[in-house]
Design a protein around this ligand. Structure first.
Ligand SMILES: Nc1ncnc2c1ncn2[C@@H]1O[C@H](COP(=O)(O)OP(=O)(O)OP(=O)(O)O)[C@@H](O)[C@H]1O
Length: 246
């Protein structure tokens, strides 16, 4: 596996507490990966470090074919490098339509100058339609985002992230608050997206993780406790003790 992202010996303490403790693992170029672990295991801090929100105390995060270090880059620069992050709560513009939300995302993906010079073109309209179709919203381009279900808003936000063509998508607890049908469609969406880019999903819902049918990394006390298929990690006595058995 050629790594797209390599976390190498990363540690981060908050007030003397080691939230991330010599963490090392890698994500491949076109890979779907689930990250699970108990509350406080360091999952959010890991994403904060990758996206530049939090600086590690030591260790490195290497990115891409040239293994450039992300740890001293700004959040904006890291986003431009091709790392998109989907937070748990959707942050779409509720008064705007799906098409308008996606158009805004497309404009900002092209940089601040193109926002000023932006003229709607046939190509950009086609791209907006493609993005909507990619996230199961092709038939609803002119609906206001505020009218969408929670799951549909999550998809719209994923579509907005796709506007900047990320090579790595970090997705925080996508299943929370979704109906069963939405969960199933979301699993299919994430699996499809991971055919051409890396998708890392942090999730507590084990049924959802099972449906993702991908390699799982279990974090505990800021380090990797186990890694492999869900069946493999679920059979690990330490994983059962600290997480699954509770
Ligand atoms: N900015 C911060 N200041 C102080 N402590 C922090 C900060 N961020 C995280 N922590 C602590 O670091 C530890 C790891 O937290 P983190 O949020 O990364 O865990 P998590 O695995 O995402 O948990 P959850 O599943 O509950 O979201 C926790 O004990 C948390 O209280």
């Amino acid at each position: 596996m050629t790594a797209l992202l390599e976390v190498s010996g990363v540690s981060k303490s908050f007030d003397g507490f080691r939230a991330i403790n010599d963490l090392s693992f890698a994500i491949g170029q076109a890979e779907l990966r689930a990250i699970i672990g108990p509350n406080g295991a360091g999952k959010t801090t890991f994403m904060d470090i990758v996206t530049g929100k939090t600086r590690p105390d030591s260790g490195d995060v290497l990115w891409g074919e040239r293994s450039v270090s992300l740890v001293r880059m700004s959040e904006a620069r890291i986003a431009r490098e091709g790392i998109g992050r989907k937070f748990q709560r959707p942050t779409v513009f509720e008064d705007q339509t799906i098409a308008e939300n996606l158009t805004l995302a497309l404009r900002s993906a092209r940089g601040p100058l193109s926002v000023l010079r932006w003229r709607p073109s046939r190509a950009s309209r086609a791209r907006v339609a493609d993005l909507a179709a990619e996230v199961n919203l092709g038939g609803a381009l002119h609906r206001k985002a505020g009218e969408l279900s929670h799951g549909q808003k999550q998809w719209l936000e994923i579509g907005m992230l796709l506007a900047s063509e990320p090579r790595l998508l970090l997705v925080d607890e996508p299943a929370a608050g979704m109906t069963l049908a939405e969960r199933e469609a979301t699993t299919a969406l994430l699996r499809r997206l991971a055919e051409t880019r890396a998708v890392v999903v942090v999730e507590h819902d084990m049924d959802f993780v099972r449906r993702l049918n991908c390699k799982v990394t279990v974090l505990h006390q800021g380090a990797v406790l186990a890694e492999g298929s869900l069946d493999h990690v679920s059979a690990n006595p330490q994983v059962i003790e600290v997480y699954l058995g509770r």
